[in-house]
Design a protein. Structure first.
Length: 273
């Protein structure tokens, strides 16, 4: 027996959504009659639009954006803390390694720049030797540091000239204080073998040759060293030995350059600066 198709008129109102009244109509689907009061399939698909329309939809969208922003901020904060923790661990490892090395040579491993970058916890973990060395370096003025470098240079230069059997060992402190002290020694090696063949205390041939009107005589080799330094500052500042060859000494000689270069290389090998 076949079901008859029945058309039913709407008999009542449905629930309202946001002020919109829905009326249902029964729809006929192949031998089925939709009961009065039910929702049609089209009405069901329109339902979300009706529910989330108007002010409610705007409010829910705003809440969703705020929630997403909260999650993003939380993740960023957590990631930053993780990175900071990793940096502190690596920094602690470096500090421990430096502390271990400082036990043997605290002067070489500790500096004001290094300590200034340490955190409070890391600073308190430094050894006594490191702290003492830092405080000693921190109170030094540039003038004091330069004086220490000069003292080291004087000591090393004295030893070098003594090994060379040079009479300049007696004026090594004066030579070490000259701005162009390296060139003074280098030229004197070419002209007088580090002061072993001086004439009138002129150990670098200033003034062509003895007896020449331009020849310079000095009361002491100390005066000669200061005068040669002034000449280098005034006439040959920043010149290389190759550039001076043939100008300072005429007509020039490869042996002159070689002898001067030998001294510069020996000073570098000994770490005399």
């Amino acid at each position: 027996m076949q079901n008859k198709v029945v058309k039913i008129k709407p008999t009542r109102r449905t629930k309202s959504f946001d002020g919109i009244i829905l009326r249902t109509r029964p729809q006929v689907v192949k031998n089925q009659v939709q009961k009065p009061g039910g929702f049609s399939r089209a009405a069901v698909f329109r339902l979300p639009k009706l529910v989330f329309s108007g002010r409610q939809f705007s409010a829910m969208l705003t809440a969703l954006l705020l929630f997403v922003g909260f999650l993003a901020g939380f993740w960023f904060t957590w990631d930053t803390k993780q990175s900071g923790a990793e940096g502190q661990v690596l920094g602690a490892m470096d500090i421990n390694a430096s502390a271990a090395a400082a036990e043997e040579n605290p002067v070489a491993t500790t500096s004001p720049d290094t300590v200034a970058q340490l955190s409070d916890d890391a600073f308190y973990k430094l050894t006594v030797s490191q702290l003492e060395n830092y405080l000693q370096e921190a109170v030094k003025t540039p003038q004091l540091k330069e004086a220490e470098r000069l003292a080291v240079r004087k000591q090393k230069l004295r030893e070098y000239l003594s090994d060379k059997n040079s009479p300049f060992v007696e004026i090594s402190d004066t030579i070490a204080e000259l701005p162009h002290w390296k060139m003074v020694l280098a030229i004197s090696n070419s002209e007088s073998t580090l002061g072993k063949r001086c004439h009138s205390n002129n150990c670098s041939g200033i003034g062509v040759a003895p007896g020449h009107p331009s020849w310079r005589e000095y009361a002491s080799t100390r005066d000669w060293a200061k005068d040669l330094n002034r000449l280098l500052e005034k006439r040959y500042k920043d010149w290389t030995l190759e550039e001076m060859n043939g100008v300072y000494n005429q007509p020039g000689s490869k042996n002159w350059v070689r002898a001067a270069r030998q001294v510069l290389e020996e000073l570098q090998e000994r770490g005399i600066e």
